[in-house]
Design a protein around this ligand. Sequence first.
Ligand SMILES: *Cc1c(COP(=O)(O)O)cnc(C)c1O
Length: 359
Amino acid sequence: MAIPLSRPPVDDEVKAAVIAAVESGQYILGPECKAFEREFAAYNSAKHAVLTTSATSALWMVIKAFGAKAGDEVLVPSHTAFPTIEAICFAGVTPVFVDIDDTYTVDVKDAAAKVTPRTVGFIPVHLYGHPANLPAVQELCAKHKLWLLEDCAQAHGSTWQGKKVGSFGRAGAFSFYPSKNLTVMGDGGLLVTDDDEVAARCRRLRDHGRQNKDIHVEIGFNLRFNDIQAAVGRVLLRRLDTMNDHRRKLAARYTAGLAGLPLVLPAETRGARHVYHLYVVRTPQRDQLAAFLKDKGVATGIHYPVACHRQPAVEHLKSPPLEHTERIVKEILTLPISAGHTEAEIDEVVAGIKAFFRK
Ligand SMILES: *Cc1c(COP(=O)(O)O)cnc(C)c1O
Protein backbone atom coordinates (compact mmCIF):
# COMPACT_ATOMS: atom_id res chain seq x y z
CA MET A 1 0.00 0.00 0.00
CA ALA A 2 1.19 3.50 -0.81
CA ILE A 3 2.59 5.56 2.08
CA PRO A 4 1.82 9.30 1.88
CA LEU A 5 4.09 11.99 3.30
CA SER A 6 1.38 13.04 5.77
CA ARG A 7 -2.16 11.96 6.68
CA PRO A 8 -4.58 14.46 8.30
CA PRO A 9 -6.63 13.13 11.27
CA VAL A 10 -10.19 12.89 9.88
CA ASP A 11 -12.63 10.95 12.07
CA ASP A 12 -16.19 11.00 13.43
CA GLU A 13 -15.47 13.48 16.24
CA VAL A 14 -14.00 15.97 13.74
CA LYS A 15 -16.93 15.47 11.35
CA ALA A 16 -19.48 15.94 14.16
CA ALA A 17 -17.81 19.21 15.21
CA VAL A 18 -18.05 20.48 11.62
CA ILE A 19 -21.76 19.61 11.34
CA ALA A 20 -22.50 21.29 14.69
CA ALA A 21 -20.73 24.47 13.55
CA VAL A 22 -22.64 24.44 10.24
CA GLU A 23 -25.91 24.12 12.15
CA SER A 24 -25.00 26.91 14.60
CA GLY A 25 -25.66 29.55 11.95
CA GLN A 26 -22.63 31.62 13.02
CA TYR A 27 -19.78 31.45 10.60
CA ILE A 28 -17.23 34.25 10.97
CA LEU A 29 -15.36 35.11 14.20
CA GLY A 30 -18.24 33.53 16.12
CA PRO A 31 -18.32 31.41 19.28
CA GLU A 32 -16.14 28.58 17.89
CA CYS A 33 -13.43 31.07 16.85
CA LYS A 34 -13.55 32.80 20.22
CA ALA A 35 -13.34 29.49 22.10
CA PHE A 36 -10.47 28.25 19.90
CA GLU A 37 -8.56 31.50 20.53
CA ARG A 38 -9.11 31.20 24.28
CA GLU A 39 -8.09 27.53 24.34
CA PHE A 40 -5.00 28.00 22.19
CA ALA A 41 -3.88 30.98 24.28
CA ALA A 42 -4.25 28.83 27.43
CA TYR A 43 -2.36 25.94 25.79
CA ASN A 44 0.53 28.21 24.88
CA SER A 45 0.43 30.26 28.13
CA ALA A 46 -0.21 33.41 26.09
CA LYS A 47 -2.37 36.36 27.07
CA HIS A 48 -3.85 36.65 23.56
CA ALA A 49 -4.39 34.42 20.55
CA VAL A 50 -5.68 35.91 17.27
CA LEU A 51 -7.02 33.59 14.59
CA THR A 52 -6.53 34.43 10.93
CA THR A 53 -6.51 32.89 7.47
CA SER A 54 -2.92 31.54 7.49
CA ALA A 55 0.47 31.83 9.15
CA THR A 56 1.47 34.08 6.26
CA SER A 57 -1.30 36.52 7.30
CA ALA A 58 -0.35 36.19 10.98
CA LEU A 59 3.30 37.01 10.27
CA TRP A 60 2.33 39.98 8.09
CA MET A 61 -0.08 41.40 10.68
CA VAL A 62 2.45 41.11 13.49
CA ILE A 63 5.21 42.81 11.47
CA LYS A 64 2.77 45.65 10.65
CA ALA A 65 1.64 45.84 14.29
CA PHE A 66 5.28 46.17 15.39
CA GLY A 67 5.41 49.35 13.31
CA ALA A 68 8.07 48.18 10.85
CA LYS A 69 8.56 50.54 7.90
CA ALA A 70 10.31 50.74 4.53
CA GLY A 71 14.09 50.52 4.87
CA ASP A 72 13.92 48.46 8.06
CA GLU A 73 15.75 45.14 8.02
CA VAL A 74 14.63 41.85 9.55
CA LEU A 75 16.95 38.90 10.20
CA VAL A 76 15.50 35.61 8.98
CA PRO A 77 16.90 32.19 8.07
CA SER A 78 16.91 31.53 4.33
CA HIS A 79 16.16 27.87 5.01
CA THR A 80 12.41 28.19 5.64
CA ALA A 81 9.11 28.02 3.77
CA PHE A 82 8.97 31.00 1.39
CA PRO A 83 5.87 32.48 3.15
CA THR A 84 8.10 33.57 6.07
CA ILE A 85 10.01 35.79 3.63
CA GLU A 86 6.91 36.82 1.71
CA ALA A 87 5.25 38.19 4.87
CA ILE A 88 8.33 40.34 5.56
CA CYS A 89 8.38 41.70 1.99
CA PHE A 90 4.61 42.22 1.95
CA ALA A 91 4.90 44.31 5.13
CA GLY A 92 7.27 46.55 3.17
CA VAL A 93 10.49 45.68 5.00
CA THR A 94 13.70 43.99 3.88
CA PRO A 95 14.62 40.39 4.75
CA VAL A 96 18.29 39.83 5.59
CA PHE A 97 19.05 36.17 4.99
CA VAL A 98 20.92 34.17 7.63
CA ASP A 99 22.53 30.72 7.43
CA ILE A 100 21.57 27.69 9.55
CA ASP A 101 23.34 25.44 12.07
CA ASP A 102 23.28 21.63 12.48
CA THR A 103 19.67 21.67 13.74
CA TYR A 104 18.56 23.28 10.43
CA THR A 105 17.48 26.35 12.41
CA VAL A 106 19.01 29.81 12.31
CA ASP A 107 22.75 30.22 13.00
CA VAL A 108 22.72 33.02 15.56
CA LYS A 109 26.44 33.79 15.07
CA ASP A 110 25.75 34.50 11.40
CA ALA A 111 22.71 36.59 12.41
CA ALA A 112 24.89 38.66 14.79
CA ALA A 113 27.32 39.36 11.95
CA LYS A 114 24.45 40.70 9.83
CA VAL A 115 23.04 43.25 12.28
CA THR A 116 23.19 46.81 10.87
CA PRO A 117 21.84 50.16 12.14
CA ARG A 118 18.70 49.40 10.09
CA THR A 119 17.97 46.03 11.75
CA VAL A 120 14.70 46.16 13.71
CA GLY A 121 13.68 42.54 14.22
CA PHE A 122 14.53 38.85 14.15
CA ILE A 123 12.26 36.03 12.93
CA PRO A 124 13.74 32.65 13.90
CA VAL A 125 11.92 29.62 12.46
CA HIS A 126 11.45 26.44 14.53
CA LEU A 127 11.98 24.40 11.41
CA TYR A 128 10.84 20.78 11.10
CA GLY A 129 9.48 21.03 14.68
CA HIS A 130 12.81 21.71 16.41
CA PRO A 131 13.15 24.94 18.42
CA ALA A 132 15.75 27.43 17.21
CA ASN A 133 18.56 28.34 19.62
CA LEU A 134 16.25 30.54 21.71
CA PRO A 135 18.64 31.68 24.47
CA ALA A 136 21.11 32.94 21.85
CA VAL A 137 18.31 34.53 19.81
CA GLN A 138 16.95 36.31 22.89
CA GLU A 139 20.42 37.53 23.84
CA LEU A 140 21.04 38.99 20.38
CA CYS A 141 17.61 40.68 20.37
CA ALA A 142 18.22 42.20 23.82
CA LYS A 143 21.69 43.41 22.85
CA HIS A 144 20.46 45.26 19.74
CA LYS A 145 16.91 46.08 20.92
CA LEU A 146 15.32 43.97 18.17
CA TRP A 147 11.80 42.64 18.32
CA LEU A 148 11.49 38.86 18.28
CA LEU A 149 8.77 37.14 16.27
CA GLU A 150 8.85 33.32 16.32
CA ASP A 151 7.71 31.44 13.22
CA CYS A 152 6.10 28.40 14.89
CA ALA A 153 4.28 27.17 11.77
CA GLN A 154 6.00 23.77 12.07
CA ALA A 155 6.31 23.57 15.83
CA HIS A 156 2.97 23.57 17.70
CA GLY A 157 3.66 22.16 21.15
CA SER A 158 7.45 22.17 20.77
CA THR A 159 9.28 23.40 23.87
CA TRP A 160 12.63 24.72 25.03
CA GLN A 161 13.33 23.79 28.66
CA GLY A 162 9.63 23.02 29.13
CA LYS A 163 8.40 26.38 27.81
CA LYS A 164 6.33 26.40 24.62
CA VAL A 165 7.74 27.99 21.48
CA GLY A 166 5.84 31.15 20.61
CA SER A 167 6.23 32.41 24.19
CA PHE A 168 9.86 33.54 23.94
CA GLY A 169 9.41 36.63 21.80
CA ARG A 170 6.95 39.47 21.50
CA ALA A 171 4.73 37.26 19.31
CA GLY A 172 4.58 33.84 17.68
CA ALA A 173 2.84 32.73 14.47
CA PHE A 174 1.28 29.32 13.81
CA SER A 175 -0.13 27.63 10.68
CA PHE A 176 -2.99 25.13 10.49
CA TYR A 177 -2.29 23.94 6.92
CA PRO A 178 -3.38 20.26 6.60
CA SER A 179 0.05 18.67 7.06
CA LYS A 180 1.03 20.78 10.08
CA ASN A 181 1.07 19.29 13.61
CA LEU A 182 -2.29 20.97 14.28
CA THR A 183 -4.70 21.50 11.39
CA VAL A 184 -8.17 22.89 10.69
CA MET A 185 -8.69 20.85 7.49
CA GLY A 186 -7.80 23.72 5.20
CA ASP A 187 -5.85 26.94 5.49
CA GLY A 188 -5.73 28.74 8.81
CA GLY A 189 -3.32 30.53 11.11
CA LEU A 190 -2.98 32.19 14.47
CA LEU A 191 -0.70 34.51 16.40
CA VAL A 192 -0.01 34.57 20.12
CA THR A 193 1.24 37.53 22.12
CA ASP A 194 1.18 38.90 25.66
CA ASP A 195 1.19 42.45 24.30
CA ASP A 196 -2.29 44.04 24.48
CA GLU A 197 -1.51 46.64 21.81
CA VAL A 198 -0.11 44.13 19.34
CA ALA A 199 -3.16 41.88 19.81
CA ALA A 200 -5.59 44.77 19.36
CA ARG A 201 -3.78 46.06 16.27
CA CYS A 202 -3.77 42.58 14.70
CA ARG A 203 -7.49 42.14 15.39
CA ARG A 204 -8.01 45.44 13.61
CA LEU A 205 -5.76 44.59 10.64
CA ARG A 206 -7.59 41.28 10.27
CA ASP A 207 -10.92 43.08 9.86
CA HIS A 208 -10.40 45.94 7.37
CA GLY A 209 -8.64 48.24 9.85
CA ARG A 210 -12.01 48.66 11.54
CA GLN A 211 -12.10 50.31 14.95
CA ASN A 212 -15.82 49.71 15.28
CA LYS A 213 -18.66 48.82 12.94
CA ASP A 214 -18.43 51.98 10.84
CA ILE A 215 -15.00 53.52 11.37
CA HIS A 216 -11.87 52.31 9.53
CA VAL A 217 -8.77 53.85 11.08
CA GLU A 218 -6.20 52.16 8.83
CA ILE A 219 -5.96 49.97 5.76
CA GLY A 220 -6.13 46.36 6.87
CA PHE A 221 -7.56 43.48 4.87
CA ASN A 222 -10.08 40.68 5.18
CA LEU A 223 -8.07 38.07 7.09
CA ARG A 224 -10.88 36.81 9.33
CA PHE A 225 -11.30 33.19 10.34
CA ASN A 226 -14.40 30.97 10.26
CA ASP A 227 -16.27 28.89 12.82
CA ILE A 228 -16.47 25.65 10.85
CA GLN A 229 -12.69 25.30 10.75
CA ALA A 230 -12.28 26.64 14.29
CA ALA A 231 -14.51 23.78 15.46
CA VAL A 232 -12.04 21.32 13.90
CA GLY A 233 -9.10 23.11 15.49
CA ARG A 234 -10.69 22.86 18.94
CA VAL A 235 -11.13 19.07 18.65
CA LEU A 236 -7.56 18.56 17.44
CA LEU A 237 -5.98 20.98 19.95
CA ARG A 238 -7.19 18.63 22.70
CA ARG A 239 -5.21 15.86 20.98
CA LEU A 240 -2.13 17.89 20.08
CA ASP A 241 0.17 16.55 22.80
CA THR A 242 -0.89 12.96 22.08
CA MET A 243 -0.39 13.50 18.33
CA ASN A 244 3.06 14.99 18.98
CA ASP A 245 3.96 12.06 21.25
CA HIS A 246 3.03 9.73 18.40
CA ARG A 247 5.22 11.70 15.97
CA ARG A 248 8.10 11.45 18.46
CA LYS A 249 7.60 7.70 18.79
CA LEU A 250 7.68 7.29 15.00
CA ALA A 251 10.78 9.50 14.77
CA ALA A 252 12.55 7.37 17.39
CA ARG A 253 11.64 4.30 15.34
CA TYR A 254 13.19 5.84 12.23
CA THR A 255 16.30 6.84 14.15
CA ALA A 256 16.75 3.32 15.55
CA GLY A 257 15.96 1.64 12.22
CA LEU A 258 18.23 3.86 10.13
CA ALA A 259 21.22 3.85 12.50
CA GLY A 260 24.44 2.77 10.83
CA LEU A 261 23.35 3.72 7.31
CA PRO A 262 25.24 6.45 5.41
CA LEU A 263 22.54 9.03 6.27
CA VAL A 264 22.62 12.12 8.47
CA LEU A 265 19.67 11.75 10.86
CA PRO A 266 17.84 14.53 12.72
CA ALA A 267 19.09 15.35 16.21
CA GLU A 268 17.44 16.88 19.26
CA THR A 269 19.41 19.49 21.20
CA ARG A 270 19.47 18.89 24.98
CA GLY A 271 16.65 20.97 26.48
CA ALA A 272 14.63 20.96 23.26
CA ARG A 273 11.46 19.00 22.61
CA HIS A 274 11.36 18.23 18.88
CA VAL A 275 7.80 17.66 17.61
CA TYR A 276 8.88 16.20 14.25
CA HIS A 277 6.65 18.13 11.91
CA LEU A 278 9.03 16.62 9.39
CA TYR A 279 11.62 13.84 9.64
CA VAL A 280 14.45 14.98 7.41
CA VAL A 281 17.53 12.91 6.51
CA ARG A 282 20.52 13.84 4.40
CA THR A 283 22.52 11.99 1.76
CA PRO A 284 24.45 13.00 -1.39
CA GLN A 285 22.36 10.27 -3.15
CA ARG A 286 19.13 12.08 -2.28
CA ASP A 287 17.55 12.03 -5.76
CA GLN A 288 18.32 8.34 -6.35
CA LEU A 289 16.96 7.39 -2.91
CA ALA A 290 13.75 9.40 -3.50
CA ALA A 291 13.22 7.71 -6.90
CA PHE A 292 13.88 4.25 -5.39
CA LEU A 293 11.32 4.86 -2.60
CA LYS A 294 8.77 6.27 -5.04
CA ASP A 295 8.96 2.98 -6.98
CA LYS A 296 8.07 1.19 -3.77
CA GLY A 297 5.03 3.47 -3.19
CA VAL A 298 6.72 5.61 -0.53
CA ALA A 299 6.21 9.36 -0.92
CA THR A 300 9.06 11.68 0.06
CA GLY A 301 9.51 15.45 -0.10
CA ILE A 302 12.20 18.13 -0.12
CA HIS A 303 11.75 20.98 2.34
CA TYR A 304 13.02 23.03 0.64
CA PRO A 305 14.89 22.46 -2.64
CA VAL A 306 15.50 26.14 -3.47
CA ALA A 307 16.83 28.31 -0.64
CA CYS A 308 14.74 31.44 -0.14
CA HIS A 309 17.62 33.85 -0.80
CA ARG A 310 17.93 32.19 -4.25
CA GLN A 311 14.24 32.62 -5.16
CA PRO A 312 13.54 34.75 -8.28
CA ALA A 313 11.03 36.88 -6.31
CA VAL A 314 13.85 38.28 -4.12
CA GLU A 315 16.63 38.27 -6.71
CA HIS A 316 16.76 42.07 -6.57
CA LEU A 317 18.10 41.89 -2.98
CA LYS A 318 21.33 40.34 -4.34
CA SER A 319 21.81 38.32 -1.17
CA PRO A 320 25.30 36.90 -0.56
CA PRO A 321 25.81 33.10 -0.58
CA LEU A 322 24.99 31.03 2.51
CA GLU A 323 27.40 28.11 2.68
CA HIS A 324 25.59 25.66 4.93
CA THR A 325 22.13 26.31 3.49
CA GLU A 326 23.29 25.92 -0.11
CA ARG A 327 25.07 22.66 0.69
CA ILE A 328 22.24 20.94 2.55
CA VAL A 329 19.40 21.83 0.17
CA LYS A 330 20.98 19.40 -2.32
CA GLU A 331 21.02 16.55 0.23
CA ILE A 332 17.87 16.82 2.36
CA LEU A 333 14.99 14.36 2.01
CA THR A 334 11.76 14.33 4.03
CA LEU A 335 10.42 10.88 4.97
CA PRO A 336 6.73 10.17 5.69
CA ILE A 337 5.62 11.14 9.20
CA SER A 338 2.39 12.38 10.81
CA ALA A 339 0.06 11.55 13.67
CA GLY A 340 -1.83 9.36 11.19
CA HIS A 341 1.07 7.05 10.29
CA THR A 342 1.57 3.62 11.87
CA GLU A 343 4.74 1.97 13.14
CA ALA A 344 4.33 -0.68 10.44
CA GLU A 345 4.48 2.07 7.79
CA ILE A 346 7.67 3.47 9.29
CA ASP A 347 9.17 -0.05 9.26
CA GLU A 348 8.27 -0.35 5.59
CA VAL A 349 10.03 2.93 4.78
CA VAL A 350 13.08 1.83 6.80
CA ALA A 351 13.16 -1.50 4.93
CA GLY A 352 13.00 0.38 1.62
CA ILE A 353 15.92 2.63 2.59
CA LYS A 354 17.99 -0.36 3.74
CA ALA A 355 17.30 -2.09 0.42
CA PHE A 356 18.51 1.04 -1.42
CA PHE A 357 21.84 1.09 0.42
CA ARG A 358 22.31 -2.70 -0.03
CA LYS A 359 22.15 -2.38 -3.81
C1 LIG B 1 3.62 26.46 6.48
C2 LIG B 1 4.60 27.51 6.87
C3 LIG B 1 4.32 28.88 6.76
C4 LIG B 1 3.09 29.39 6.08
O1 LIG B 1 1.94 28.92 6.66
P1 LIG B 1 0.54 29.16 5.90
O2 LIG B 1 -0.47 28.88 6.97
O3 LIG B 1 0.51 28.17 4.80
O4 LIG B 1 0.51 30.55 5.44
C5 LIG B 1 5.24 29.79 7.24
N1 LIG B 1 6.40 29.39 7.77
C6 LIG B 1 6.72 28.08 7.88
C7 LIG B 1 8.01 27.70 8.50
C8 LIG B 1 5.84 27.11 7.41
O5 LIG B 1 6.17 25.82 7.49
